[in-house]
Write a protein that binds this ligand. Structure first.
Ligand SMILES: [Zn+2]
Length: 463
């Protein structure tokens, strides 16, 4: 865990944080970084290795804080580009792909999917992954969840398990159409409690976190159950997460059923606050944004998935201007085949310029959303910055390929140039999770065969 990283082109941390390039002496910015017992202990130039330290050569690399992905569905990592859902909007796609296949996902298939998805996270520079995992049904799903924790353990990545699920199939076509039985509220809470006791860590730099996250705020459960789940979360200082306003159907349902806007309904269920973040919010209007901002409620912005499903473009510039916390998520790979945080950074950087002009987004803002702001949103405020005293979650992006030759702002290359990035090395708590461009926790040929077998079984079981 004692490491010296030397000779980087630049060490980049979001502006405003200690030791960020903008706050360092411009003529002598740090190029070396020392890690002691998993913590960044020194930033400087020409640092010399101490006895017992291993050395990582960062020549031709820029160093970023490990990125924090605030919304994923790892189970979908073996459901990419299923033909039946390729050109479908959200509702039809949910029924044709995730809900069509998930009853067939056993622990071994889940483990394979999680290894694929988490490897992609590490390979793109994410060191913390929030997985919105919802494969629970009346009386089942715990063994599948265990496989997810095991995969994260084997790869050394931080995992925030957003424990999804439903207590009613109500307006959810995907559940009803595929005969997925909801849990009772008691089963849902029992599952949360089991996981909280076994895995949840409360520290600012936890490796394992639990979040209370019924799958859809509008379609998965009732007002009373949402209030009970919010009460459970706050009793145990757990964060809250769900899907909201990805499509206009959420607003329609809230108005028809509750005679409230979707965001007012969330408020009436105790589901707004600085401990809550929602995925998507594509169809949040100004009134909704004002209410979300006033309560400190955050967004996991998932631009690739929103494009892929034709859902629209979330108004994140308006949200940020109103003071809402913004973060980025890759969403599941069944609706975002890339599953790369760099893809999300690059696409968000471009997309909002297309709407708002060339000064609408900056690389620095994007990095902030994907690192320190995301870390605070999910309750891990020690993460997301490169500063002395912070946990050593760092990523080395190599810029030695021809695609970077001729580039004049290498510090922003991963965001401006997008995929494919080359992560030469990555550390989580100072522990190596990517080395010489390879994810260290897996045997690639063996894993490839296992994933192929899992995919074959999945198709066979789903008929
Ligand atoms: Zn999602």
């Amino acid at each position: 865990m004692n490491v010296l990283v030397r000779n980087a082109i630049a060490i980049v941390s979001p502006s405003g944080s200690a030791d960020a390039p903008s706050s360092s002496s411009p003529s002598h910015p740090p190029r070396d970084l020392r890690v002691t017992n998993g913590v960044i202990s020194q930033l400087g130039r020409d640092l010399q290795p101490a006895p017992g330290e291993s050395v990582i050569d960062a020549t031709d690399c820029v160093i970023y804080p490990g990125l924090v992905n605030t919304h994923h569905h790892l189970a979908q990592s073996i459901l990419k580009a299923i033909p039946a859902g390729l050109d479908k909007p959200l509702g039809d796609w949910l029924a044709a792909v995730p809900y069509r296949y998930w009853p067939a996902i056993d622990p071994d298939i889940m483990y394979s999917a999680a290894i694929v998805g988490l490897s992609e996270q590490l390979r793109s520079g994410a060191t913390t992954c929030c997985d919105h995992h919802y494969l629970y049904h009346g009386g089942g799903g715990q063994a599948v969840e265990e496989a997810l924790w095991q995969a994260a353990e084997d790869l050394g990545i931080r995992l925030v398990l957003c424990r999804g699920g439903a207590t009613t199939s109500g307006s959810h076509r995907g559940m009803r159409g595929n005969a997925v039985q909801p849990e009772t509220l008691a089963q849902f809470v029992d599952g949360l409690e089991r996981t909280r006791r076994r895995y949840h860590q409360g520290e600012d730099n936890a490796m394992r976190r639990l979040v209370v996250a019924p799958t859809s705020l509008i379609h998965s459960t009732t007002r009373e159950d949402l209030q009970a789940l919010a009460g459970y979360a706050r009793q145990h200082a757990l964060r809250l997460h769900s899907h909201l306003l990805e499509v206009p159907f959420d607003e329609q349902q809230a108005r028809e059923r509750e005679n409230l806007s979707a965001v007012d309904y969330a408020a009436s269920c105790d589901w707004l606050g600085s401990d809550v973040w929602f995925a998507h919010l594509v169809h949040a209007n100004n009134e909704a944004i004002g209410r979300l901002a006033a309560t400190g409620t955050g967004i996991a912005h998932c631009p690739t998935s929103n494009c892929r499903l034709g859902s629209g473009i979330a108004p994140v510039l308006e949200m940020a201007a109103a003071g809402m916390p913004v973060s980025l998520g890759v969403d599941g790979s069944a609706s975002s085949e890339n599953a790369s945080m760099v893809q999300e950074l690059n696409l968000a950087w471009l997309l909002h310029r297309a709407q708002g002009g060339a000064a609408a987004t900056s690389a620095d803002t994007l990095l902030r959303w994907a690192s320190v702001d995301a870390a605070r949103m999910v309750g891990l405020p020690a993460l997301g910055e490169i500063r002395v005293g912070a946990p050593a979650d760092i990523v080395l992006y190599a810029l030695d390929q021809p695609r970077y030759w001729g580039l004049h702002t290498p510090e922003w290359a991963p965001i401006l140039c997008g995929e494919p990035v080359q992560v030469r090395a990555a550390l989580v708590n100072g522990r190596s999770v990517v080395s010489n461009g390879e994810v260290t926790g897996i045997d690639l040929p063996q894993m490839r065969a296992r994933v192929a077998e899992a995919s074959r079984r999945l198709l066979e079981r789903a008929g």
